[in-house]
Design a protein. Structure first.
Length: 367
């Protein structure tokens, strides 16, 4: 083995683990989904078309199980447990959401039961792994958060992002497309600042979602949905990446932050899921509906009604979100306050343009 490592120096490079994580996760998901698909069809585990559904035929909905498997195995094998001791807690949080998601995909759970599971997963990350927001970067004239506010804000952030990704999982490829885009961007910042373990987890998620995207969007024989299992795990990991990016220390000086515009950049990376989720939740609240009451008010429903294509609608949304990220990065010298204020203003304009009048409400469980 040592001779092989000498002949192939790439295996001594930290970037090997990033590439290997992506490849293994993609491999596991790619070959696992057809098996899960056969199982789901044999057990009649389908997502049936409904009033707000964007599909017309029954589709198996256990794809999230293979997203989970790909990310977990690749992260365990290729993440340095010394430099990412938090991994065991990240895995514990994912396990909680996996079992809650599988249960919900098999027999519908109430929003309260799912919220309890999300809260437990968030608590594991914030308290056990100590991955929490402690620095406000001077936003609202606040520099540091004390322990209790830090815990509360971090838990709310994690639960909010879990549900934001769940909300946008309404057309083929959108949740996985946003997940691929976001994990790549987070991964680039982690690589740039030598946080290879987190970059490897990002690449594992991107690899798993890339394989899933094919079966969800392109494949006809083995078409599958991720279900709540997949969307909650994606949202959970993106929330962890968000907090870590905000708190990430500089490799040159651990006392300083690696990315001065981390709060603004995090908001930009997840701009459409965050603001579309807030907009739709506000619509439901104003009209006396539960924020978990499914409807067709999301941005993807509106774009799909124009394009008639899931793939085109997904690409429009993902490319638009990517453009926002690039704009924020190019304007990074302006600082967090101006960038976040601009993003919030853009979010308000975005919400006004989409409208706050509800289109339809349905009795389906997903949003």
């Amino acid at each position: 083995m040592e001779k092989i490592l000498e002949i192939l120096p790439i295996f001594n490079s930290p970037h090997y683990f990033i590439i290997a994580g992506f490849s293994l996760a993609c491999f596991i998901t790619w070959f696992g989904i057809p098996a899960v698909n056969r199982l789901a069809r044999a057990r009649n585990l389908f997502d049936l078309p409904g009033e707000r559904s964007s599909h017309s035929n029954p589709v198996p909905r256990l794809g999230g199980a293979m997203i989970f498997a790909g990310v977990i195995l690749a992260s365990i094998l290729f993440t340095d447990l010394v430099t990412a001791s938090e991994l065991k807690n990240i895995i514990a949080g994912m396990l909680v959401l996996f079992f809650i998601g599988i249960k919900d995909d098999l027999v519908t759970l109430t929003p309260l039961k799912k919220a309890i599971g999300q809260f437990i997963a968030a608590l594991i990350i914030v308290v056990c792994a100590n991955i929490r927001i402690t620095d406000c970067y001077g936003i609202f004239n606040i520099e540091k958060l004390s322990y209790l506010p830090s815990i509360i804000i971090s838990i709310l952030l994690i639960m909010g992002l879990i549900n934001s990704i769940n909300f946008i999982d309404g057309i083929d490829g959108l949740a996985s497309g946003i997940g691929i885009m976001a994990s790549i961007v987070f991964g680039v910042f982690f690589i740039k600042n030598e946080h290879i373990s987190y970059a490897t987890i990002c690449s594992s998620l991107a690899g798993s979602l890339s394989a899933f995207f094919y079966f969800n969007v392109i494949s006809k024989k083995n078409k599958i949905f991720m279900g709540d299992t997949g969307s909650m795990i994606i949202g959970f990991l993106l929330a962890v990446f968000t907090i870590y990016l905000i708190e990430m220390p500089s490799p040159e000086n651990p006392i300083e932050k690696a990315l001065p515009i981390a709060p603004a950049m995090s908001l930009a990376i997840l701009f459409i899921p965050v603001f579309d989720g807030l907009r739709v939740s506000l619509i439901r609240f104003i009209h006396g509906k539960s924020i978990f009451k499914a409807d067709k008010n999301h941005i993807h429903h509106k774009i799909l009604s124009i394009t008639g294509s899931h793939l085109i609608a997904t690409m429009i949304i993902v490319i638009s979100n990517t453009a926002i990220i690039l704009i924020v990065y190019l304007l990074r010298e302006t600082g967090n306050k101006i960038l976040i204020s601009s993003l919030v203003l853009a979010g308000i304009i975005f919400s006004i343009l989409l409208g706050i009048k509800p289109d339809t409400f349905s009795n389906n469980k997903n949003s």
